[in-house]
Structure formats: C-alpha cells, structure tokens
Ligand binder design. Sequence first.
Ligand code: FAD
Length: 484
Amino acid sequence: MIGPRERVPQAGRRGTRMAEHTGPGRSAVVIGGGLAGMLAVTALRGHFDVVTVVERDRYPADRTFRKGVPQARHLHILLSGGQRALERLLPGTVAALTEAGARRLYLPRDLLTRTPTGWQRRFDERRHPTLSVTRPVLDAVVRERALGAAAGPATRVEVLEATEAVGLTGDARRVTGVTVRARNGDRGAASRVLPADLVVDASGRGSRTPQWYAELGREAPQEVTVDSGLAYATRMYRPTARGEAPDAGVNVPGWPECPRGAAYVPVEDGNWLLTLSGVRGHHPPTDEAEFTAFSATIGDPYVHELLARAEPVSPVHGFRDTCNRRRHYERPGGVPDGFLVLGDANCTFNPVYGQGMSVAALGAVALRDTLDAAGGPGPGVLARAQRAVGRAAEPAWIAAVGADRPYVRGGGAKAGLGERLTTWYLDRLTARAAVDRVVGAAFRDVFCLTAPPSRLMAPRVVLRTVLLPRRPGLPRPPTAVEPA
Ligand SMILES: Cc1cc2nc3c(=O)[nH]c(=O)nc-3n(C[C@H](O)[C@H](O)[C@H](O)COP(=O)(O)OP(=O)(O)OC[C@H]3O[C@@H](n4cnc5c(N)ncnc54)[C@H](O)[C@@H]3O)c2cc1C
C-alpha cells in the first residue's frame, strides 16, 4: 500500500484536505499527475488557492505499474542532483524512498563501470549517492508526500483521476483553462472546461502542447531533436541464492565501436533490473532467449556471467522512443500568459544518462524559487519562471547531446562548434575520469547535476584531461575499493 488512503486519491474527484483560503482566489490546473506534475503541485503550494491535477490514469492501489508511464518498466536511477532538488521541494523524501527499499549506490564505488578503455577504478568517494528503485515505488512515494504536503493551510489540491486533458482554452495570447474528458471507456463522454489562472503542462514525453498551440492560433515552439536511435529492453532478476548477488551494480554503456550496452542494478525487495540497450541496427530483442543471448554481445562479458547466478522474475519489456527532444518554451514569446511547461513535456533526454527525473525536480525548484522571489504569479513572473525552468534543463541537455553526437545520423539538428568541441573534450575526459580521482570527481559532479558544466573546464581538470597521456582502465571489474 502507498500509505494513508486520504492522502492518495484513488478515484474520481477527491480533495486532499479542505482548507481556509487566504489568497485572492487563484486557481491552477496541472496536466499530468506523474513525477513532474506532483512536483509542480509542491512548487505552486501557497501561491494558488486551488490546484487541480488532471491525470488520465487511475492510480493503482499498490505500487504497481500503470499505463500512463510506459517507461516505468525500465531501470531508473535518481542522481544526487535530483535528490537535492527533491529534498528542497519535499524534505524527507530521500529517506522515505530508502525506507521503501530504494538502494543507495555511491558513485563510483557501488556502480562498476566499463568504459571503452577498461573498467573504472572504484574510488570510495561518497559525494554522489545515487538512488536505484523501481519507478512505480518512486512515483508512489513522491505522490504520497506531495499530496500530503500540499494539504497545507493555503492551498487545496484536487486530483481528477481517469480524466484526460484534450485541449487548452483561451487564445494565442492567453491560456484561460483546460478542456478535459472523463476516461471511463465511454467514447461519447462529454468534455468540460476547467478555468484556471495558470495551466502547467506536466504530461510527459507525449505532451500535445504543440498541437494545442496550433488550435489557439499560436506557432509551435521551436524544437530541437538529437536522436541516437537507442532502444531499451529490460527484465527483472533475483539472485538465485543468498550471497549470490554482486556487491555493486554494473554499467557497461555502449560506445561507437560497440554500440550495445547493459546496466544491472539492485532495486527494492532483493530484485535486480537488467536493462540492455543498443543503437540502430543493435536494438536489444524482447524475446526472452534472444535477450539473454544479446547480453553476451555487449562490450564486456561480466553482466552475462552474473546472469548465471540469477533467475528472471519478469517478462522482457522494450522501449524505443529515447531521443533528446527540447522544446524551447523558455525563449521570448515561448509561452502565452497563464501557461507553463515542466518535466518531459519541456525536455526529454536519452535515458542512458539517467537525467530526466532530476531535471524535472530541478525545474520544479526553479518554478518555486521564482514564485517565492516574486511573491506570487504577478505580471511577467510565469515567463520568468519558464526561463528558469529552461536554464535548469540546460546542463543536462548539453551533456546528453554532446555525448550522443557520435551516434546521430543526418537529419538531426546541425552541431554547432560548441557541441562538437564538447563531444571531443568529453571523449577524452571520460577516458581520463575512469582512472583519475580529480577528473573523475569533476565528471561526476557535472553528470550528477550538482555542478555546472564549467566545472569540467577548471584549469586542473583541463590540464589533466588534455596533457596527460591516455591511460587504459582496469582489465577486470574491480573487487577492491580504493580510498578517495
Ligand atoms: C526507458 C527510459 C528510462 C529512463 N531512465 C531514467 C533514469 O534512469 N533516470 C532519470 O532521471 N530519468 C529517466 N528517464 C526519464 C524519466 O522517465 C522522465 O524524465 C520522467 O518520467 C519525467 O516525468 P514527467 O512527470 O514529466 O512525465 P511522466 O512521468 O511520463 O508522467 C506524465 C504523466 O502525465 C499523464 N498524462 C499524459 N498525458 C495526459 C493528458 N493528456 N491528460 C492527463 N494526464 C496525462 C500520464 O498518465 C503520466 O501520469 C527514463 C526515460 C525512459 C524513456
């Protein structure tokens, strides 16, 4: 069970708690009650009298998969940068996740990583605790806490489950509400309008805002896609006997000469998730026997060897739409008045870098900080908040598209000089980071979204990256932990 029933609405229209209204009667509607939607609720708390979440699914009574978040079958890690943001929004959530079984993996100690030049050294650095947990558990814990916290004195939160947003109301200049329809299997279900002073699109990677813009007579937002053609296939395992589980997760990302990868990590309940990945021409199969065979063809045999000590406890699930896609709502004129876009609806990333949830949390922090600083959603404040959300996505975007460039075929956006330099430098830096404490620490700071990309240009990082000769990594996955 997720927790106290009254805090997690299960069906239809429920309020988390009625409360005394203290503000001028402002209302907001959040489209999508997933991760970004729940964090949006948290960010809006205290600035709106009523926040209504419109979610097309019904939330399951237990912490199980639901259709509206199809990527939830796959391995999800929450980077330290995302955890910090989550803690700022909902203090105590990281501890609640750990209590729910999330595994804390310190990088690089608890995630053995194979690079093109060999295995990364296992420094006991402990600056970046990464959380590894199945997505249904993560979403349920965040939802419970967001709805519980939102029941404060100034904001009433309602969740409309099994309700789909089908359009925006207003005009090209201003959004005034959302058209919704019940999803009860009745094809002829009538639609109705929820008026709102603010509409937040947190509907994820399938966001229909570009089409809705067209219906309002607005141009679509500027969009950039960088597609490595990566596909995922994931299966859950359980070590066959006590003491058979490895003492660390394993990550063998693909590289241009061997574009097949695997990540094998512990999650709650003693289970492990194995995600296999590959770019075009190397997509991992979803047939069970072929899936196991594919695991033997990645850049190192270690993961395949580990599977001999585990039994599968789920079918194989595939996922193909993994491109980096950014819609530039933060640019001048990118959003009409009364409208804001957050989470994957704003920017999606190649999942192999594990950034999307963290960026959703960082975006929600940016929204909340902007509202707090302005004392509420006055004139111009939401456009400012959207710019802050855009800035929060920028470091992850630069890192992901820079690292993906070698895989991108023609048709994607043309790489600028900055991106090409980033790709060249990141390639050298990644190799160095595997063996070098200083460069490795800077690399992790940036990739875990706790430091800006400029950290990679710190003089001693640049000097070590550019001037020191390339050294291979370790020949076998390290068992010994080295001091930081
Ligand atoms: C295969 C894969 C693996 C990933 N691995 C990682 C990882 O390791 N680490 C990481 O940080 N990120 C990872 N991500 C990214 C992560 O899944 C997303 O960044 C995250 O889910 C974004 O949250 P969101 O709330 O914006 O969207 P979602 O979680 O997709 O939620 C969207 C919600 O909106 C609802 N909805 C959609 N349309 C409507 C509508 N019209 N009306 C009402 N409700 C609607 C949906 O039902 C859903 O509840 C991965 C992504 C993929 C594809």
